[in-house]
Design a protein around this ligand. Sequence first.
Ligand code: ZN
Length: 193
Amino acid sequence: MDTEALIEWIDDKPAPFPLLAVQAVVNSYESEDEEEKLTDPDAARDWLAGYGLASPAMSISDAELDELLAVRENLRALIDANATGEREEAADAELAAVAARHPVPVAVGPAGDVGVDLEPAETVDRLIAQLIGVVMAAQIDGSWQRLKICAADTCRWAFYDSSKNRGGHWCSMEVCGNRVKNRAYRARHAATS
Ligand SMILES: [Zn+2]
């Protein structure tokens, strides 16, 4: 994966490598401020390949794109649960089924270090397997809990909360924090006038 390019795109509060890959993929969705990056198979391959998350030769069908989008939704909900603690049984069963179909690829480094094989994926199945492996690694090293979904309804961007008390709610205090506070302020004043 092209770590530098991903950090530049994510701009604020990037997750550490390799969790950055999951943060990027879950932020490829459409929000008020962001366009959908995975609109069709060709666009998806180009976007993923542009950040080294997929090989430029990746084959991807409509059905595979649908599966990737479903996994993305499930991962977004899984991240959301880091802040809310709420997780649906059906979603966990779905994720377990996806994980069972996508064994995590493993690579051994020169120092005998065993980790997720992050070579740019040539298939969607491989990419999904890598994402699941990265989630697993992050849950083990503790970085997973710091990945959160922005609390602003119009944003919902996944950000990495590196604050000491892990109490962050927004991808950006300046943008989303103030947006939410201003809206709450306006709502309060509308209610009293
Ligand atoms: Zn936000």
